[in-house]
Design a protein around this ligand. Structure first.
Ligand code: PSU
Ligand code: MN
Length: 297
């Protein structure tokens, strides 16, 4: 594992660090916008006084704190594996390139000693999971990692009620940042609930208590997209229903399903979904940096 000098130094002197994933770069958004966004997200973390650590695998080396060139490479390269935790050893042993999902990023971040991780949306229980068994590794991984993950909730490409039930079963605490409603990515509304918190300090305090009580699962901070960038729920529902319908018609399954749906939604929305995605990821990065700072104060 290669930890960048900047991240290593920050961890050693107790400066706040925020982990960032690379699947969002390699499989979540189109090139070259993906690279531009990844670098902007890092800037947002820095502006808040924390150090970004984008995580991924290049030529079999796990990198914590990718450089600009490495981010450009992973955003552009073909044949980048989409890594959930179980595929990390395959990618490393065969010296391949890999982008880390929420599960793999959480695993590597915990080993590196990073406590806060910002992403866009987490994986979850897919619609139709009672037939397909398609439940993202993200959820089980979160139940085993001692980390705070900030996301804008989850997209309704998933079955959101089942996703929240599964998180409860697995013992993952779900906090709503400034809201008692679990947000649904492009839209602040889902009709589902989360426990409300209002400040990064409250989240830091809950994390500290969780550790001293000895509970080892993650805390999922659901941070709604800022109101001015929100897309009305009925509009989002139409895009997603259309994308899900096409995935079923084409028989898209397994690892390919989430990337297919993400790119389909961008296409159907004429890029509006991508603009909203950028805003919410940056917003999550800022909140994650604030939480990381609160942990160190
Ligand atoms: N959901 C999104 N955006 C994403 C992902 C999910 O709205 O970029 C990515 C994340 O990296 C997440 C992964 O960890 O997809 C989940 O993939 P799967 O459903 O195959 O487990
Ligand atoms: Mn899956």
């Amino acid at each position: 594992m290669k930890v960048s000098d900047e991240v290593l130094e920050a961890l050693q002197i107790g400066k706040p660090v925020v982990a960032l994933e690379s699947t969002i770069i390699a499989h979540g958004m189109p090139y070259p916008k993906n690279v531009e966004i990844a670098l902007n997200v890092e800037d947002e973390v820095r502006k808040e006084g924390a150090v970004p650590a984008t995580i991924g695998v290049i030529n079999g080396v796990i990198i914590v704190g990718m450089s600009k060139d490495e981010i450009e490479y992973i955003g552009k390269a073909k044949n980048v594996l989409k890594l959930s935790t179980r595929e990390i050893p395959y990618c490393v042993a065969l010296k391949m390139d890999g982008a880390t999902t929420v599960s793999a990023t959480s695993y590597i971040a915990e080993i590196a000693g990073i406590e806060v991780f910002a992403t866009g949306g987490i994986g979850g229980v897919h619609r139709g999971a009672s037939d397909t068994f398609d439940i993202s590794r993200d959820l089980d991984e979160l139940s085993e990692r001692d980390i705070i993950v900030v996301s804008a909730g989850a997209k309704s490409i998933l079955d959101l009620p089942k996703t929240l039930e599964y998180l409860e079963t697995k013992g993952v605490l779900v906090l709503g940042f400034g809201t008692s409603e679990f947000p649904a990515f492009y839209t602040r509304k889902s009709g589902l609930t989360a426990l409300r918190v209002d400040t990064p300090e409250e989240i830091a305090s809950i994390y500290g208590k969780k550790q001293s009580i000895g509970i080892e699962s993650a805390i999922l901070v659901a941070n709604p997209i800022p109101k001015k960038y929100e897309i009305p729920k009925d509009v989002v529902d139409q895009w997603i229903d259309e994308a899900v319908k096409e995935s079923m018609e084409k028989g898209i399954k397994g690892k390919k399903l989430t990337p297919f749906l993400l790119s389909k939604i961008v296409e159907i929305s004429n890029g509006k979904a991508l603009d909203a995605n950028i805003e919410l990821v940056e917003n999550n990065a800022r909140v994650a940096a604030k939480i990381a700072k609160a942990l160190h104060s």
